[in-house]
Design a protein. Structure first.
Length: 137
């Protein structure tokens, strides 16, 4: 994914993860006098540690686009879609916590449909990690 204007956009956790991984590689291969400061290295390390344990580490651009397309009939706000991508809700309660005025906007069936849409577009994290480890090994 390409960031068009970094000052005026929100990013998914997956996009942040990919950017931080790229920056870490760039800093690692840079000459010693152009490497990141200790404070920046700490931020990079902590960010990667957090995001590596989250769904962001396994989400692909195709999965995100597919989820956005599948959710388009529901007329969610950009912030709600971003939260659905980042949090990957697995239960109806988790969806209700993310969607503002969920009880008025969605039926119980629709909430359950959203849970299924998320599950279809984003495989369960542990299964994805196992398949990634098998592919690398």
């Amino acid at each position: 994914m390409e960031i068009l204007d970094p000052q005026n956009t929100v990013l998914t956790n997956a996009e942040v993860y990919n950017i931080v991984v790229e920056k870490k590689k760039a800093f690692s291969s840079a000459p010693k006098d152009h490497r990141a400061s200790p404070a920046l290295r700490t931020v990079i390390y902590e960010t990667l540690t957090y995001l590596s344990g989250s769904p962001a580490a396994t989400q692909t651009e195709e999965q995100i686009k597919s989820l956005i397309r599948a959710l388009s009939p529901y007329k969610f706000t950009g912030a709600e879609i971003l939260q659905l991508i980042n949090l990957r809700p697995k239960t109806a309660v988790e969806v209700q916590l993310v969607i503002e005025e969920c009880e008025e906007r969605l039926t119980e069936e629709q909430v359950n449909e959203i849970v299924e849409i998320v599950k279809q577009n984003f495989p369960i994290q542990s299964e994805t990690k196992n398949s990634l480890e098998a592919a690398e090994g």
